[in-house]
Design a protein around this ligand. Structure first.
Ligand code: SF4
Ligand code: F3S
Ligand code: FES
Length: 255
């Protein structure tokens, strides 16, 4: 299917943001379709403006051309992590990807992230991803009595895990990992990043337990240091480095 949204032909106002035509080629999947399990492709052409993002184009398509187009989004500002998708073959957040940065002269290919079951169009089932996340105990583990004051931590100790606190659980890393594509049982980089966040927190007492969990055959040793995860992370987290640090902690038990 190809749909085009016409731009009203008028001279741009003085100082107006320049507009341009952009075509999105979107992978569609409808579990109730007569085509059965087959995915199809649809092309839509819309008018975009200077700093419009892929998410703006998807909104325009959904609101003005095809209301059945299905994708997740919430904050639209790179905070909630709900709109990770493959854009021209790379995992990105649609709300953080400017159309002008992804060669809008050619159709922009938009697909769901890989390795997780597609529910509809660009929406995947995130449950396997969150199951791994829950397994690594993503919360502070402490023993003893409830403290009567806050748990003090030095600036240096806080800095030790600062990078991995930035995770927004978008799954861009895990769904870009070739090991995860071939083995959905692998914990995946996002779960390891979130384990790192607590393993290296000086206030936490659950590191040994988390390392035990990740010492599994589907744990950190499955990582082949491919770096796709680091390249995909929209928060700029050094994902592969964090995985290496968890591996090292497993060997030395120093954390
Ligand atoms: Fe997303 Fe980065 Fe967290 Fe992975 S580590 S889930 S890519 S924010
Ligand atoms: Fe996969 Fe990242 Fe390791 S892409 S193989 S988890 S470095
Ligand atoms: Fe929230 Fe993109 S919509 S991160």
């Amino acid at each position: 299917m190809t749909a085009v949204l016409e731009n009203p032909a008028s001279e741009p106002a003085v100082g107006a943001v320049p507009s341009f035509e952009v075509t999105l080629r979107i992978r569609r999947y409808n579990p109730e379709s007569v085509h059965g399990d087959e995915a199809t492709w649809d092309e839509f052409t819309v008018t975009a403006h200077g700093t419009d993002r892929v998410l703006d184009a998807l909104h325009k398509i959904k609101w003005e051309l095809d209301g059945s187009l299905t994708f997740r989004r919430s904050c639209a500002h790179g905070v909630c992590g709900s709109d990770a998708m493959r854009i021209n073959g790379r995992n990105r957040l649609a709300c953080k990807t400017l159309l002008k940065d992804v060669n809008p002269d050619k159709p922009i290919i938009v697909e769901p992230i890989k390795g997780l079951p597609v529910v509809k169009d660009l929406v995947v089932d995130m449950e396997p991803f969150f199951a791994s996340y829950r397994e690594i105990m993503p919360f502070l583990v402490t023993t003893g009595n409830e403290p009567s004051r806050e748990r003090i931590q030095s600036a240096e100790d806080r800095a030790r895990f600062d990078d991995t606190t930035k995770c927004i659980l978008c799954a861009a890393c895990t769904s870009s990992c070739p090991v995860f594509w071939t083995d959905g049982q692998y914990f995946g980089p996002a779960a390891i990043v979130n384990a790192h966040r607590f393993i290296f927190d000086s206030r936490d007492e659950g590191a040994a337990q988390r390392l035990e969990i990740l010492n599994d055959k589907e744990g950190v040793w499955r990582c082949r240091t491919t770096f796709n995860c680091t390249e995909a992370c929209p928060r700029g987290i050094e994902v592969t480095k964090a995985i290496q640090e968890v591996k090292r902690a497993m060997i030395t038990r120093a954390f």
